[in-house]
Design a protein around this ligand. Structure first.
Ligand SMILES: C[S@@+](CC[C@H](N)C(=O)[O-])C[C@H]1O[C@@H](n2cnc3c(N)ncnc32)[C@H](O)[C@@H]1O
Length: 273
């Protein structure tokens, strides 16, 4: 419960910053350089995508990837975005699946839901619905979704097994899991891991790549792949970590190349139900 309350407060404030005319930035760079160029959340979408949706949805973007660019989405399909925030990926998905399809966003933070619904209103899109709830208890029926997307949210959950089991439950047989998330590559000493995840803003902690694969497999998924989209090095985090009083040079060698944003794909087998 404690993790969820911290997450809600942090993202509630981020949503309010957008609503009051600022940027949603609430990660490392917000505390250090007033939200300059965050190496994790910035430049994820191209002008063609951002031009299609309201500015506030772009300003509220807090992801670490661009799942809609990497996921296959077909007209008529049902898409669900776990932890939809200000709605950027839901609105982009809704355009891709078209009027015969539907895009759901799921989020537990009231201020984010209010912002996302306002962004939907401005976009004029009808095939969109934002649901209030937790990704550990998805408020949709079994076998009802074609594609699950998510952008930098699963790392925030204190019960990732439950999230993956719920994703599997709501996907239709043959359905696709297509998620951007922060992933740790290989083993990293605990202290280094804690410092870097503080920088990333992972409250519950990012999974190691092998753990991600094994948890997905345990939930029933197959064709599991993890594709790096951005790999971070110590210079990305230096200013933040120094401000936190961490001796950056002493951990540098153990950080480079170990923390990444990745696109995680998997399939619910067609025979599963
Ligand atoms: C890092 S932001 C990402 C938002 C959005 N995906 C994006 O790319 O801009 C995390 C979002 O996930 C939501 N969230 C975090 N944990 C959640 C949970 N357990 N259940 C539902 N929503 C959650 C937060 O409220 C917040 O809006």
């Amino acid at each position: 419960m404690e993790i969820k309350e911290i997450v809600k407060e942090k993202y509630g404030q981020a949503a309010l910053r957008v609503t009051t005319g600022g940027s949603s930035c609430c990660g490392a760079s917000a505390t250090v350089d007033g939200c300059g160029v965050d190496p994790i959340t910035s430049h994820l979408y191209d002008a063609n995508q951002t031009g299609q949706i309201p500015e506030e949805a772009v300003l509220a973007s807090l992801g670490c990837g661009n799942p809609t660019a990497l996921a296959q989405l077909n007209p008529g399909e049902v898409v669900l975005d776990l932890g939809s925030g200000g709605g950027i990926d839901v609105l982009l998905s809704a355009k891709r699946v078209g009027p015969t399809g539907k895009a759901y966003g799921l989020d537990m933070t009231d201020e984010m839901l209010a912002l996302a619904r306002e962004n939907q209103r401005k976009s004029g899109l009808q095939n969109v619905e934002f649901l209030k709830g937790e990704i550990e208890n998805i408020p949709l029926p079994d076998n009802s979704v074609d594609v699950i997307i998510s952008n930098c949210v699963i790392n925030l959950s204190g019960d990732k097994d439950r999230v993956l089991q719920e994703a599997f439950r709501v996907l239709k047989p043959g359905g696709r899991f297509a998620v951007s998330d922060v992933v740790v590559r290989g083993t990293v000493p605990d202290e280094v891991r804690r410092s870097m995840l503080l920088w990333v803003g992972c409250i519950a902690g990012a999974l190691q790549d092998e753990q991600y694969v094994s948890k997905l497999a345990k939930s029933g998924f197959d064709q599991i792949e993890i594709e790096p989209t951005r790999v971070y090095n110590i210079e990305d985090a230096r200013t933040f970590l120094s401000a936190e009083g961490i001796d950056v040079d002493s951990i540098a060698a153990q950080v480079d190349g170990k923390f990444m944003s990745a696109f995680v794909r998997a399939i619910k087998p067609a025979a599963a139900c």
